[in-house]
Ligand binder design. Structure first.
Ligand code: NAP
Ligand code: G3P
Length: 471
């Protein structure tokens, strides 16, 4: 059993009430974290505010040297962190270790990129104003609030934390409840690494109880949120700060345009759809293709899906129990609804508590919920279309606009289609994915606002400060 306190102003805060974190694999308690009250939450923001100017005044290299100690500790504690991730979000051991390593690499790459964030130097010459010279420096925005989702408890936390802190901001970090053991461990390691008091504060508690309170705190200068559309929109409605980056849900389509290499396409689609049991924002969440191609593709997909290892993260299974029973019920409901409406389950459609077997559903039509809603679980619908024009309509009719993938040998046609698809990024002959982390990552429509990715994240936590010399 893990037991973590919250970290505010480098002090470990004990609370009367605690939050139980449930292991998805077996649904037993994995540990507890602090359930903070309003006063303690406010103290976290006050501490962040009090520390901010001094932290920003340190040289960039000094900030990096302190943060580097933190990334080294993450590396040293790689196995311990992986065990916590496995216990609280049900990731396989290899996925958990990869996530820790990806986060350490993210931190290091962010520190290197921060050194390249040089000021702009401009003259007024272009506009006929010869006597002006301006420098425009990237300066910290101040106090940030970072809120992360459950599915990548270190990576989607660190991709907010590292850019903010290295550029001289201070932070209040609210991890997802399933993710709070990992988030609290990050706080503990930050103290051990020697981050000054108040620079990084971890607040834990249920989002539905403390969410509104934290997003409305007057000290906040900017918010970076990753999670569901509903909560993202709620934050937009009520947050005090209007400087908000949102990375929200998706319904990423895979458009299969020809049958030149269906074996290869199918393998890529399966990793895209089913890794971490489909609990990725960028998971392939619908396949769109013609009748003729579907007739050949579906048996290949089914064959490969049947070979996926289903079971416990402890056995390094590929498909593991989804985060909780509520999510499993929702995924199950989408599958059962589609069946009632005439879709045909090809494989899967089996459930043991919150373990959903990987499910392939053919003949999903645009009248079915499964065509539009995000299951966030191991289910892949096939939507059959008549022609390419119809595929663009089906893709763009979605409220989501995170990513898409196109599979074809005809690269020229793929590029023409990619330009018409309303998403942040189109992947040609590869699954949708956020990584590599140096690529700009964004969603349009309900999938988000603002841009992540190492360079863009640094821009999002800074503003220009201009100084103009008239001579
Ligand atoms: P979620 O339920 O929206 O929760 C996300 C975070 O918001 C958690 O920390 C949650 O805390 C907190 N929260 C809940 N209510 C809040 C409120 N009223 N105010 C402020 N914060 C609040 O999402 P999730 O289930 O963790 O993650 C799955 C969703 O995230 C999916 O829709 C997925 O597509 C999306 N996602 C998007 C990306 C992307 O980059 N586009 C990446 C990963 C995931 P509690 O856990 O305590 O409720
Ligand atoms: O859920 C989201 C996402 O951040 C995972 O990253 O690179 O596997 O798409 P990636």
């Amino acid at each position: 059993m893990y037991k973590f306190d919250a970290v505010i102003n480098n002090e470990f805060i004990k609370t009367e009430s605690q939050l139980e974190i449930i292991n998805p694999d077996g649904l037993l308690v994995a540990g507890t974290v602090a359930a903070l009250n309003a006063e303690q939450i406010n103290q976290a923001f006050q501490a962040a505010r009090a520390a901010q100017k001094a932290w920003e005044s340190e040289s960039l290299l000094k900030r990096i040297s302190i943060l580097k100690k933190w990334s080294n500790l993450l590396l040293e504690q790689k196995e311990a962190l992986a065990q916590i991730i496995m216990a609280e979000v049900g990731k396989s051991h290899s996925d958990a270790v990869n996530e820790v390593m990806r986060s350490v690499e993210y931190m290091d790459a962010t520190f290197e990129e921060a050194k390249r964030m040089q000021p702009l130097s401009l003259t007024g010459q272009d506009f006929g104003v010869a006597n002006k010279l301006g420098t425009f420096e990237h300066v910290a925005k101040g106090v940030g609030l970072a809120i992360s989702p459950f599915n990548f408890p270190i990576n989607l936390a660190m991709s907010k934390i590292a850019p903010a802190l290295v550029m001289g901001n201070t932070l209040v970090f609210k991890p997802a409840t399933a993710g709070s053991l990992t988030g609290s461990m990050l706080g503990k390691l930050a103290v051990e690494a020697g981050l000054p008091a108040g620079v990084f504060n971890v607040v834990t508690g249920r989002g539905r109880e403390i969410g509104d309170l934290i997003t409305q705190n007057k000290e906040i200068n900017f918010i970076n949120f990753t999670g569901s559309v509903d909560i993202g929109h709620r934050i937009l409605d009520i947050a005090t700060s209007k400087d908000i980056v949102l990375e929200l849900g998706g319904k990423d389509p895979a458009l299969v345009m020809d049958d030149s290499d269906l074996e290869k396409y199918a393998s890529e689609i399966i990793v895209g759809a089913f890794s971490y049991s489909g609990q990725r924002c960028t998971a392939v969440k619908r396949v769109i293709t013609t009748n003729a191609i579907a007739d050949k593709l579906v048996p290949i997909l089914a064959d490969k899906i049947k070979k996926l290892k289903v079971g416990s993260p402890k056995d390094n299974a590929f498909i593991t129990p989804v985060i909780d029973m509520k999510s499993a019920d929702f995924i199950w409901e989408l599958i059962q609804d589609s069946k009632k409406d005439g879709a045909k389950v090809i494989t899967g459609d089996k459930r043991e508590a919150n373990l959903i077997y990987p499910t392939l559903v053919d003949f999903v039509t645009t009248k079915m919920r499964l065509a539009w809603e995000e299951p966030f679980g191991p289910v892949l619908p096939i939507i059959r279309i008549d022609d390419l024009q119809q595929s663009i309509e089906v893709i763009n009719k979605s409220n989501f606009g995170l990513q898409a993938s196109i599979y074809t040998k005809d690269i020229a046609q793929a590029i023409h289609l990619a330009k018409k698809i309303e998403v942040g990024t189109v992947n040609i002959n590869g699954k949708s994915q956020r990584g590599p982390d140096s690529f700009p990552f964004l969603g349009v429509k309900d999938s988000g606002q603002g841009v992540q990715g190492i360079h863009e994240a640094l821009l999002s936590v800074t503003r220009y400060k201009g100084i103009v010399i008239n001579y």
